[in-house]
Design a protein around this ligand. Structure first.
Ligand SMILES: NC(=O)c1ccc[n+]([C@@H]2O[C@H](COP(=O)([O-])OP(=O)(O)OC[C@H]3O[C@@H](n4cnc5c(N)ncnc54)[C@H](O)[C@@H]3O)[C@@H](O)[C@H]2O)c1
Length: 505
């Protein structure tokens, strides 16, 4: 129970919004999924949901072997329990549904199979009562959309073993999530207590006619919401207190905190209130379908997480972690000694990076902005670095390349969502300098390389980040670069190389 086997099969019980989200995250990790749900038409709905979410999962990054068809449907909970290494239960939030279901799953699975419930607030002690091997039953509470948001709250019941908790943390970490162990078993856990406090207040404000659903969403979107992705309530308020931080904030707002500004009890959910909430949200949707809004949400969630990446904040850390792990798990994308030119083991040119034109790369015309071409080439360079053995460890040890000169040649425009493939040619390398050329192509419908869109030629210097001065490339990457340069020596020099810009007299 304390190890995470690479090729494990994960069972999804209940395949509504959350079960489908788990399926996508797990399939994107390159694992097999077995699913069951008693509702008629559930299999078709799940397969459609996986197809809908797959482009978003692809943007986040797929592990080798990731394939939406590695999804098997079974007809009973008992069959599922006997076929899988891990069970994620995502049935309706109702103890009278979940308890007998988990008992059945426990009765038909081996004692080493962890059964994690996606419950949003039920106590695991109650869910494990009367189950066979209750020590492997716990809560793994995710957040919608599960295939993008990394948080999962892990909660033990009174009978849950430490080994099962360790296995859960390892399983969710393997899915590149942030497992937050809730150390004390409480209803609603941590995140939903915070979310519900806000939601209860929203219901009161709508019920009392104080504000509309749109105004209340604006009150978050344009302000506090922007801060929350990178820093939570506490660190944010610490900064709002000036030099004295939280101490000053509490002294200043202490009296207001005692005023009955907010209400802890939810208002009565009358038909009028439900109508006001639903009407407000439909007005905000402005005719857009749930599927359209889901796509929009996925795009901005991915953009926010990516923007946090260079700052190493919140979910941004996991974006970097995911890239590194996908690369690590990939085969053939890292040079190893013996991959020499004579054996044709080094591609000429290299083709290490593929992507699609991202929503945040395009301008108001839907075309890729000029700066975005350089961003995309930056990712192609990242792939080259990983290929030659320059990764987080190499950089953390104080070695890296700095770009000192870049030439871009724009050939054709690229539009939102178009698939791109990059090739990389090493033009020259010595002990401290690296000269290379990337070309960006459209991929045609048959998956073949299509029109040339843009090229870049770059000169980089290898530096010691401790001293800030140039330093020799370390042995491993130097050997890799020498082998690639050897394999590329006979390639024709692209016509864009060495170009100078001028208007002839
Ligand atoms: N929706 C969210 O934002 C969210 C977030 C985190 C956790 N959760 C939790 O995830 C769980 C599922 O929520 P959801 O939003 O996906 O609900 P949902 O209604 O979308 O899906 C529930 C699914 O369970 C199936 N089901 C019904 N009876 C069942 C049974 N006896 N055995 C197995 N499956 C059964 C239904 O057919 C349905 O497909 C709940 O515990 C919920 O609290 C929900």
């Amino acid at each position: 129970m304390d190890t995470v086997a690479g090729g494990r099969t994960v069972g999804m019980v209940g395949t509504g919004v959350i079960g489908a989200g788990w399926a996508v995250r797990t399939l994107a990790r390159g694992l097999d999924v077995v699913a069951w749900d008693p509702a008629s038409g559930a299999e078709a709905r799940l397969r459609a949901a996986v197809q809908r979410a797959w482009p978003s999962a692809t943007k986040l990054g797929l592990f080798p072997g990731a394939d939406p068809t590695r999804l098997t449907w079974v007809d009973t909970a008992e069959e599922l329990a006997g076929r899988v290494d891990w069970i994620q239960e995502s049935a309706p939030e109702n103890e009278t549904v979940k308890r007998p279901l988990i008992q059945t799953l426990a009765a038909h699975s081996g004692p080493e199979v962890v059964i994690a419930s996606s419950s949003s607030g039920l106590l695991p002690t109650n869910l494990q009562e009367g189950c066979k091997h209750p020590e492997r039953i716990l809560i793994g509470h995710p957040f919608n959309p599960v295939y993008l948001l990394p948080l999962v709250e892990v909660v033990a019941g009174e009978q849950t073993s430490e080994a099962a908790m360790d296995a859960a943390v390892a399983h969710y970490d393997d899915l590149v999530m942030h497992p937050l162990v809730v150390r004390n078993e409480i209803e609603g856990y941590l995140s939903d207590r915070l979310q519900e406090a806000l939601w209860r207040e929203v219901l009161h404000l709508v019920n009392d006619g104080v504000a509309t659903t749109r105004e209340l969403d604006d009150a978050i979107n344009y302000g506090p919401g922007l801060r929350w992705a990178g820093m939570g309530t506490n660190l944010t308020f610490h900064l709002a207190g000036g030099e004295q931080g939280m101490r000053h904030m509490l002294r200043q707002f202490g009296p207001a905190l005692k005023l009955p500004w907010t209400k802890l009890e939810a208002p009565e959910l009358t038909d009028d209130l439900i109508e006001a909430m639903a009407d407000g949200c439909e007005e905000q949707a402005e005719g857009r379908s749930i599927a359209e809004l889901e796509r929009l949400r996925d795009d901005y969630v991915i953009s926010v997480m990516r923007s946090l990446r260079p700052l190493d904040l919140g979910a941004g850390r996991l974006i970097a972690e995911r890239e590194a792990r996908i690369h690590e798990a990939g085969s053939g994308s890292r040079w190893t000694a013996g991959d020499d030119a004579e054996n044709h083991l080094v591609a000429a040119p290299l083709a290490l990076y593929e992507t699609v034109v991202e929503p945040d790369w395009v301008d108001y015309n839907g075309h890729m902005s000029e700066w975005a071409f350089l961003t995309a080439f930056g990712w192609a360079s990242d792939k080259l670095f990983r290929y030659i053995g320059i990764d987080e460890g190499y950089r953390a040890a104080g070695h890296t390349f700095f770009t000192v000169e870049t030439h871009l040649n724009y050939v054709k425009e690229a539009s939102l969502g178009e698939p791109l493939r990059f090739t990389t040619q090493i033009l020259g390398v010595d002990s401290k300098r690296l000269h290379f050329f990337h070309a960006m192509y459209l991929v045609d419908e048959a998956g073949a390389i299509g029109d040339l869109l843009c090229t870049t030629e770059q000169m980089l210097l290898h530096v010691d980040t401790g001293t800030g001065s140039t330093a020799p490339i370390l042995d491993g990457p130097a050997a890799a670069l020498a082998a690639v340069a050897g394999a590329h020596a006979d390639l024709p020099v692209p016509p864009q190389v060495g170009r100078v810009m001028r208007i002839p007299a």
